[in-house]
Design a protein around this ligand. Sequence first.
Ligand SMILES: [Zn+2]
Ligand SMILES: [Zn+2]
Length: 563
Amino acid sequence: MSVPFHGRTVSGWVLGPAQDVPGGRLLRVRKLRSRVRFFDPDMLGLLRWASERYLAPLASVIERSHPPRVAGEEEVAGTESPISGARMPVTRRPGVTSILEAGRTTWLRPLPGEEAEACIGAVRGSLDAGRRALVLVPEADPVPGTAAAVLEAFDGRAVSFFGGDARTRYRTWLEIRKGCHDVVVATRPGVFAPLGDLGLIWISREVHPAHREDRAPYYHVREVAMARARLHGVACVLASLSPSVETAAAVVSGAIAASRPARAVERGAAPLVETTPPEAEDRSTRLAALLKKARSAALVVSRRGYGVARVCRSCGDPAKCARCRGPIVAERGAATCGVCRATGACANCGGGSFGIERGGAERVAQWAGHVATVPVRLATGEGDAARPSETGVLVGTAASVKDVGHVRLDLVAILDPDRALARPGIHAAEQSLATWMEAAAWAGPRSGPGRVLVQTRKPGHPAVQALVRWDPVGYLLGEATHRAEAGFPPGHPVYRMAGRGDLAGELRSAGARTVLSTSAESAERGTLCLVAVPPDNLDSFRREVLRLVGEGAIDRVEAEPQL
Ligand SMILES: [Zn+2]
Ligand SMILES: [Zn+2]
């Protein structure tokens, strides 16, 4: 509705009856903007939780919890139905697995290639118990195998809530709210989908970076889904071959349950992984030998393009982008900055000709074309062209490893894991391992003809060993220990804050356990702080942050920044 506020007219939502009414200064609502009820008390509880957890204004969390309004759709849909409706009877059948226990989160490790079957089973269990189900996938294009399988299995009862134009999205949201669909398959914003009688939230590929919202208000689908499970009495399943560090730590502490096949079954279904040292341009003799025999293969390399510019041919300086000093990459026949995407120009002389160190997905694809006896395709990361197929070689980066359902390849090769592990960022290692396992699963069980080749100079590295032994948890717990030693233990909310004055000191006394700050040498540029807050301190920390924002000592807060 529109309301007068400090002399202006602003939009607002009705949250509910006020506890205490201020005397004398009540003004009339100017206009009712929509008759649609955007949240009920249960959903408001979740939105408040998100607002508090991510230190974001409640209004912006509400705004982002539904697609932008298309007023015409509201007239068509009508507004009579409440969000939740009458609760359906909960008749839990014996035999429905414990992953459907209300309020509980479970890490589920499917057998390779069988996430879709596991998901369909869980959704069916929820429906049989008279409850609805929400399946969240990280990407929409191409439609992930799990999403497609669920939509097909529950045709008539399931709806996809991703992609489409603004009108379709808003119409679908209104339909979900009215209870027209029992199963909703969605991407990230769907974690707030107004499904009444919800029994299950399934998160596919829990480690995928797209589960994190990278615009304000920031949130992570895993955390919001787990909160929704607690608040609304819903079962939450985090599905992954290799979980996040947070999930692995929570499983060990008992905060969340684990559901995985018996170790012997897992071992039997796991692919056969061998290692070999890399030679020039991320190739090896062993790779060439396996590739020559393979009818189908996927080669995963961590760099895009054809190579990296090392020196400027005009002035001899090390090659650096003239605009941002980032590395220059040879890609599709042109030199481009790998950071800002500007046309490659030497930072020293502006020259555009470089000495290139070859290596990268494009160069590997060119080489594979000479070695393989089947067609070679370069994955661009979008569309069905990126799907590995039963004949042919697919070359791509980690971004091209998708949920493609059930495939069987003769060869899966991880070309430069050492480089992938050396990437900066606290999530680089867990994301690399999850991607390798997803790709390695394409080789099929060790009893079959498929092989996984890992080209590494560090075959004993715990991440490589986790892949070889097909058991990620020990390695991830080691990562959890490293994070704790660095001051950022799993489960501690992390924020990046920009402000002024002695911000670091203020945040420390507000209850932040770890505070890393830029030196406050220049007052006008302000201070940037990275903080980790023990969960028990979060309430009091939030109040102090709101006070600092009010005093102008904090300009900007980013929750769970990419580190
Ligand atoms: Zn640049
Ligand atoms: Zn130059």
